[in-house]
Design a protein around this ligand. Sequence first.
Ligand SMILES: *[C@@H]1O[C@H](CO)[C@@H](O)[C@H](O)[C@H]1NC(C)=O
Ligand SMILES: *[C@@H]1O[C@H](CO)[C@@H](O)[C@H](O)[C@H]1NC(C)=O
Ligand SMILES: *[C@@H]1O[C@H](CO)[C@@H](O)[C@H](O)[C@H]1NC(C)=O
Ligand SMILES: *[C@@H]1O[C@H](CO)[C@@H](O)[C@H](O)[C@H]1NC(C)=O
Ligand SMILES: *[C@@H]1O[C@H](CO)[C@@H](O)[C@H](O)[C@H]1NC(C)=O
Ligand SMILES: *[C@@H]1O[C@H](CO)[C@@H](O)[C@H](O)[C@H]1NC(C)=O
Ligand SMILES: *[C@@H]1O[C@H](CO)[C@@H](O)[C@H](O)[C@H]1NC(C)=O
Ligand SMILES: *[C@@H]1O[C@H](CO)[C@@H](O)[C@H](O)[C@H]1NC(C)=O
Ligand SMILES: *[C@@H]1O[C@H](CO)[C@@H](O)[C@H](O)[C@H]1NC(C)=O
Ligand SMILES: *[C@@H]1O[C@H](CO)[C@@H](O)[C@H](O)[C@H]1NC(C)=O
Length: 785
Amino acid sequence: MDVVRTLLLCVLALLVNLYGLHGQTSPNISLGSSITAGSNASWLSPSADYAFGFYRVFGGRLYLAGIWFDKIPAKTLVWTANRDSPAEAGSTVQLTDDGHLILTYTNGTVQQIYSGATVAASFGLMQDDGNFVLRDTNSALVWQSFGSPTDTILPEQALANGQTLYSNSKGTIDYSTGDFRLEMQSDGKLVLSAYRFADPGYWLTDTQGENRSLVFNHSGFMYIVNSSNVYSLTENIPTPVEDYYHRATINDHGTFEQFVHHKNGGNWTRVWRSFDDPCIANSVCGIYGMCTSPDNETVTCNCIPGHTPLDPDNVSKGCHPETVMNYCLENSGGNYTVEVVEDADFPSDLTADLARVEHVDVEGCKKAIMDDCYSLAASLVDSTCRKKRTPLLNARKSASTKGMKALIKVPIKTSNPDIRKLTRKKKFNSRAFLEIGSIISAILAFLLGVAAIYYNPAAQRFIKRKYFLTGNTIGINFREFTFQELQEATNGFNKALGRGSSGKVYKGILVLKDTQIEIAVKKLEKDIEKSREEFMTELKIIGRTHHKNLVRLLGFCIENNQHLLVYEFMSNGTLSDFLFNKVESPGWVQRVDMALGMARGLLYLHDECHTQIIHCDIKPENVLLDRNYTAKISDFGLSKLLNKDQTRTNTNLRGTAGYIAPEWLRNVPVTTKVDVYSFGVMLLEIICGRRHIELNRVEEESEEDDLFLPDWVVSCVISGKLEMVVSHDPEVLSDFERFERMAMVGLWCINPDPILRPSMNKVVQMLEGTLEVEIAPLLHDQNVK
Ligand SMILES: *[C@@H]1O[C@H](CO)[C@@H](O)[C@H](O)[C@H]1NC(C)=O
Ligand SMILES: *[C@@H]1O[C@H](CO)[C@@H](O)[C@H](O)[C@H]1NC(C)=O
Ligand SMILES: *[C@@H]1O[C@H](CO)[C@@H](O)[C@H](O)[C@H]1NC(C)=O
Ligand SMILES: *[C@@H]1O[C@H](CO)[C@@H](O)[C@H](O)[C@H]1NC(C)=O
Ligand SMILES: *[C@@H]1O[C@H](CO)[C@@H](O)[C@H](O)[C@H]1NC(C)=O
Ligand SMILES: *[C@@H]1O[C@H](CO)[C@@H](O)[C@H](O)[C@H]1NC(C)=O
Ligand SMILES: *[C@@H]1O[C@H](CO)[C@@H](O)[C@H](O)[C@H]1NC(C)=O
Ligand SMILES: *[C@@H]1O[C@H](CO)[C@@H](O)[C@H](O)[C@H]1NC(C)=O
Ligand SMILES: *[C@@H]1O[C@H](CO)[C@@H](O)[C@H](O)[C@H]1NC(C)=O
Ligand SMILES: *[C@@H]1O[C@H](CO)[C@@H](O)[C@H](O)[C@H]1NC(C)=O
């Protein structure tokens, strides 16, 4: 009897143990539980449909902490905490005793999945709907994986106002962040965009109104809804719905798709997609690439004629011109041909179109670009020829471009020394200026690069083209407006938005076809030699940049001694107004995002452009906020370009008091570190929510509350009372660790010795949390005043 009982107990214990290996007897994950990468253990949902654990990637060499469909052979991943930094075997995810959920890498780096800063979790649960949740002692929800989606949403999950999905990287098997984004915008539209290109979007719903979200309901239907109104996406779903798994994912080519999978086998079947022709997604094939899709399913990338791949192993990364030719020199006419690609198009785009010629055939369109040495390509749709500026993006040849024509100038290969061969090995020496002597219009000529169009520094190395700008030539890489056009657009310059370093800025509206585009027009002060210089600097610099966190220039106008610059309009004004002139104090998370955005913009100027650019006047007045409160650096009028082999420059004092690095005053050559200093001051302002100098501060407070913000922050750090700086702001106090980290970065940036200041690269990594913040070399004798 006893023996049998013992045996039974043993078997039972064994069973429990076996079960315990794969899941837990109770679905509740208790504090102290952990999973190790490589062990095959996971936390299962009660139905065992979903598992939370380490997902093998790169053939099992690395792991992602995430959630997947566990019962189907594909084990499709639906969420991950570390898509951009896969972990090695031996890394752990732990629900700590004090209620955080952390991912610890083998090198000791800790990533907080849930920081537990506000409320500690008391248990976790992998739910049957695919949501991993953490709850507090009262069982109230404190964190959920549904709240921070990656590339997929599941039934009962919503994409709320402002939330985004990011595609996985193109053409790779990993799950790192790719080039496309699906965003539920605050204006009520669901938008797909190639966000790295400042793309306004290639697919959007015609929904509008505030506070809408994308809902994926329990029965597998997706729709966009506000409190009253429903806009359906999904059309039909196989029934009964309970027999299927569902997911909606943005794929690596930028299409948003919904799939079903029968629970008893089979595979994922698509039931809906945002559009059929995959080439509609912008920049699928990168710059100078052409997307081909004969069947609405496969995507093939090629280069447009006369171009070769940046990476021969991966054409989808984009292309560069085989030879660089200056079409604006005399006699260039016989040295190139115009190739016509049938059934192909460069889609119409305000910022890519130089001009439109109506009622022409192929020959007329050819002539139009041959007569315009600044135009390198055109599209011909029906009888409208649209001349294109560089870079040439979004070329496509697919079901939706039947009957259209793409025209491209292609140099004839000769041994002509004027036509320079671009080879991958040889780096181009970019000279910022090239003087051209011209007797009649001896005004100005530039060598303008369009290299800096893309985030991807690999792309930047290869593309280089000459542009010439004179006072009376149409040109460079932007649209030229007439003064009259701008006068009309701004209603006679009657609404001033503010003033930049060299002129007033006015609001305007451009009417193009049937759309209206809001613009900001900077009118430079007349007859001032200096302001013309700033105009040229700005054109030159902004003309070679293209980044989400830099303001975008649409065109310019030079007429009758008037110099005007036309920008995209930034509806939320300056960062300065946002931070300091508001009744309500702006949200912490938003401020953190802005700081990071600006840091990325500056990093781009310093390290990722073809030529290093020092902005020289970083301050909250020169940062603008778009509709989504994305921070964009503006006003490049004082900037300096450095040649590739140059790291410092001698220049006169420029910038704004309070943000100026001390080396300016010492009259030594300046480097990009002057921007780091200004950024540091601004960062402290952003996180503390106050100006670096409080002008009307009340006397009695000033005991501990120093007048100069950086000094005050330093003294608070030294006395171990940093909380005092933000004692008025409970939101910041609840995320104090982050505040502290950012404050340290800010202090480090304002080190009086430029050599000790971090590079923007380091700053970005520290702000992102991917690099530990070392103790800032902060110093009692800091002489920052
Ligand atoms: C999980 O934990 C919560 C809170 O302790 C409790 O209310 C719930 O009953 C537990 N569920 C199971 C299945 O143990
Ligand atoms: C985990 O599973 C894989 C594949 O099923 C197997 O090859 C490996 O040996 C398992 N590892 C452990 C530690 O059980
Ligand atoms: C630790 O490893 C992770 C993942 O490989 C990496 O992202 C992180 O930078 C590493 N940290 C350090 C301090 O090396
Ligand atoms: C937006 O919608 C959410 C949920 O539908 C609601 O909780 C919130 O109060 C709404 N916000 C506004 C500003 O209407
Ligand atoms: C989901 O949405 C569809 C279409 O709007 C509707 O017919 C269905 O009843 C909804 N299901 C649930 C569970 O709300
Ligand atoms: C919901 O959307 C409809 C249609 O776009 C709009 O008329 C209505 O005002 C919106 N409701 C709310 C509460 O935003
Ligand atoms: C996936 O399912 C579809 C339809 O059920 C079938 O036609 C197709 O062959 C399946 N593909 C694979 C790889 O099993
Ligand atoms: C591709 O999609 C377009 C747009 O939906 C459609 O008109 C065309 O017939 C499709 N072509 C193929 C080959 O499926
Ligand atoms: C693109 O490159 C990745 C690795 O960087 C490779 O895995 C993939 O197969 C390449 N894609 C193509 C289409 O060659
Ligand atoms: C065009 O080719 C001719 C003859 O090969 C040469 O003389 C001329 O300089 C070339 N022009 C340009 C702009 O390359």
